[in-house]
Every structure is written in structure tokens, then in C-alpha cells.
Ligand binder design. Structure first.
Ligand code: FE2
Length: 426
């Protein structure tokens, strides 16, 4: 069969140079030299071609709401929570959907083609977001795979309506069970919420992704219970703990027991470097803690880690552009993962590792995988992170959905070249 599209000479994340043939919505061949004629052929030699970026942790019901009804003046987590409480009753389903679609345009243009979004299920106002995002999930499925997590943000037990609304959200078609054990009234309530929410997931055959221990309190240890329930209920490989920031502050001896338990239960971790570095450690004077969980140590134990973005222009974070390379860049710095192997690993943590956490089975660059690809103005994954490289082409389901150009600034300096590129000289 004639391929619809052939990309010639791109560099894969593993360093190999290959041609990629696409038929309909699938990759039909990845070989050193494909001689077949295609309906369209694009020369991408010298540029990195990767499976798309994947964001395993986001809040699409809040994104792009910056300034509504007011800005977060202190920039703190607590003011963000109260601001969200002000915004929720004001926003309509239409408004949430419109903002989410606008965000997905940003994401598509950056080659971010799979997103796991938590959606508030604390009360009736939260269910507006559930209904809006279920609709959006359908509208964008041709180019973005959106997973939704039922997230009782005000506390599964602490909010009187959260339990009922969370179950209703799952009945409506939300994909994954969330939670927020550290925000319940007591440690015991937090522990119990982990147990009940994991049981709900096991009964319904769903995955679990909890905001877990997003605090600087070293005694916030709900991740231990999450690993235990994962084992008890046979949920291995289907559970993630998001944030896990308290681990930054935990006693080292305790962590040496905890990490093997997480590895044994195959519980994945989803730190959110941009948010963790700005929201945690706020009660500290100096030295200030970093507030990101122990990523290199987790990797040593074989725990799967994916970096998430968490927020873009919402009550908690005023910045962000849907660029997972920003996330990898910050994560690399905060975790001090600066060896060549570690930097490559950081790229994987915003692509293939996060895809594995989300269970995206036909993700990748092998024959038969879904033809979702991004071409970057970079020689390799490390250069892509260094430059937060321009996207030259985004392909979703075999279709070119975005084309871009390398940013081009012209110098006007005597006896210096007119054109300058930050790419590594070849
Ligand atoms: Fe979050």
C-alpha cells in the first residue's frame, strides 16, 4: 500500500536516524531508508522526531482562568484554593469547555497530544467541569487523548458532597479515581479515604491517581497506604501518586523502607516540578526546601516517574504555555539530573514514561503505533530540553495538524554574522 506520508531522515530519541512511513492513522514502517513513494514526503533530516509529549497531571477545569474573578496576589497554594472556591460557582459549563478547547489548541501546537486531567468532583459546581470536559474529551479525540480523573478536591470526607459527586462523576464516564488524603481533616480520615477510593477503583476496574502528600509535612505518609492498598487489591501498575512532595522532607531511614514498597506495588510517581518548586517550602525561611519529591532515588528503585505540568494560568499558577519541555527543564534542574543519561531520562519523563503511566498502549515509534509525532528544531532530546525547541511539525492520527518554523532573529552587528542559531554546531 502507498504510504500517505513519509518523514525522511529524522533523528529518533534513541539517536538512530530513520525514515518513518505513515498509512492512515498508523506508523507503517520505521527503517533506515524507505524507498516507496508516498502521497507526501517531508525531509526532516537534522531534526529530532519523537512520539508526542504527554502530560500525566493537569487541571483542565481551571486552566486559562487567570484573573477570574481576581488574581492570586500572594501566589500561594492556600490563596489559590480560596480563589478556586470563588471561581467555581461563577463559571459555566460553556466557559469551562471554551477555555479547555483553547488550551488544547495550545497543546496541539506544542505536540502535547495526551493529557491526564483531574477534575473537581467536590460538589455540584465541580460537576459542571465534569460534564464540560467529557464533552471536550469527545471533541478533541482525533488529536488529543484526554483522560479524566475524578478529584474530590475539597476532601472526599471533608466536603459533605464529595463522596456522592465523585461517584456520580465516575457514573458519567470519568476514567480514573482520584483523591487528596493529606487534605482530609485527620491522618486517619486520609488513610481511610485512600482505602475506600482504591476499593471503588478495584470494583469498577479503574486506575487510581491521587494527589498524595502535597505538603511539606514529613509525617504526611499516605503514599504508604496507597502502596499497601495497591498490593491488597491487585491494582499493581494501575496506580499513581501525584506530587508526593512530603517525601522531600521525610526522614531518610523511613524513605529507605518506603521506596521499595512503592516499587513492589508498581505505584508510579508524578511530580510536577514547576508547581512543586513554587508552592512548597513557603513556610520556610532559609534554607528553603525544594519541595519536589525524590526523583533520582525513585528511578534507582525502578519506580516509574512522569513529570506533569499541573497548572497553566489558573488560580495556582500564573504562567505556563502547554510546553512539556518547560516542565522537563525545571525538573532536570530541581532534581539535579544533569548527567547525559539523566537528561535523556527527563525527556522520557515527558514522553514515553508518562505514556506508560497513562496506559497508552499504541504510543511510540514502532510499526503499528498510532501516528502521533512531533518534529523539533533540535538534534536530540537534550538539545530539545536546552532550547525548549521550536516545533516544526505536529502529526496526530497520521494528519499534519500543525507546522511551525524555527524562530529567526537577525543580528545587526558590524562584522558579525546576520543569522545566529542557538543550536549546537554540528
Ligand atoms: Fe494537581
Amino acid at each position: 500500500m502507498t504510504p500517505d506520508l513519509i518523514l525522511k531522515g529524522g533523528r529518533l530519541p534513541n539517536g538512530e536516524i530513520a525514515d518513518i512511513a505513515i498509512e492512515k492513522d498508523r506508523i507503517s514502517a520505521v527503517e533506515p531508508a524507505i524507498t516507496a513513494e508516498a502521497k507526501e514526503t517531508v525531509d526532516i533530516s537534522g531534526n529530532l522526531v519523537s512520539p508526542p509529549f504527554v502530560d500525566p497531571h493537569f487541571h483542565m477545569d481551571a486552566t486559562l482562568s487567570y484573573g477570574r474573578p481576581r488574581i492570586n496576589a500572594s501566589g500561594t497554594l492556600l490563596e489559590g484554593i480560596s480563589l478556586w472556591g470563588e471561581l467555581k460557582p461563577l463559571q459555566t459549563e460553556e466557559e469551562i469547555a471554551e477555555r479547555a478547547l483553547a488550551y488544547c489548541d495550545w497543546a496541539a501546537s506544542k505536540g502535547l497530544l495526551a493529557i491526564r486531567s483531574h477534575v473537581d468532583t467536590s460538589d455540584e459546581n465541580g460537576l459542571k467541569g465534569v460534564r464540560a470536559l467529557i464533552e471536550v474529551r469527545e471533541q478533541i479525540k482525533r488529536y488529543i487523548r484526554l483522560q479524566l480523573v475524578a478529584f474530590p478536591q475539597d476532601g472526599f470526607y471533608r466536603s459533605p458532597t464529595a463522596r456522592d459527586c465523585t461517584l456520580r462523576a465516575l457514573d458519567l464516564g470519568v476514567d480514573i479515581v482520584g483523591g487528596i488524603p493529606h487534605f482530609e481533616r485527620t491522618m486517619e480520615d486520609g488513610r481511610q479515604s485512600v482505602t475506600e477510593l482504591c476499593e471503588i477503583a478495584a470494583t469498577r476496574g479503574l486506575m487510581v491517581d491521587m494527589h498524595c502528600d502535597e505538603t511539606d509535612d514529613p509525617l504526611s505518609r499516605h503514599i504508604e497506604q496507597l502502596a499497601f492498598e495497591t498490593q491488597r487489591l491487585g491494582l499493581q501498575g494501575r496506580v499513581a501518586g501525584s506530587h508526593l512532595t512530603s517525601m522531600h522532607s521525610m526522614d531518610n531511614y523511613y524513605v529507605s523502607k518506603l521506596l521499595p514498597l512503592m516499587a513492589e506495588a508498581q505505584v508510579a510517581a508524578i511530580p510536577n516540578p514547576l508547581i512543586n518548586i513554587t508552592l512548597q517550602g513557603r513556610h520556610d525561611t532559609y534554607p528553603k526546601r525544594r519541595g519536589m519529591t525524590r526523583v533520582p532515588e525513585m528511578l534507582q528503585y525502578g519506580i516509574r516517574v512522569g513529570f506533569g505540568q499541573d497548572c497553566v494560568m489558573d488560580p495556582w499558577y500564573s504562567l505556563g504555555t502547554a510546553d512539556l519541555l518547560d516542565v522537563a527543564f525545571m525538573g532536570l534542574h530541581v532534581a539535579q539530573m544533569t548527567s547525559p543519561a539523566d537528561m535523556h531520562r527527563c525527556f522520557a519523563m515527558v514522553t514515553s514514561e508518562s505514556a506508560a503511566i497513562m496506559g497508552l498502549e499504541d504510543y511510540g515509534l514502532e510499526k503499528g503505533c498510532r501516528a502521533d509525532l512531533v518534529v523539533l528544531n533540535a538534534a536530540d532530546p537534550v538539545e530539545a530540553i536546552r532550547l525548549r525547541a521550536d516545533r516544526l511539525m505536529v502529526i496526530a492520527g497520521g494528519e499534519i495538524i500543525a507546522r511551525g518554523e524555527a524562530a529567526n532573529m537577525r543580528l545587526n552587528l558590524p562584522e558579525r554574522p546576520e543569522s545566529v542559531s542557538p543550536r549546537r554546531p554540528l
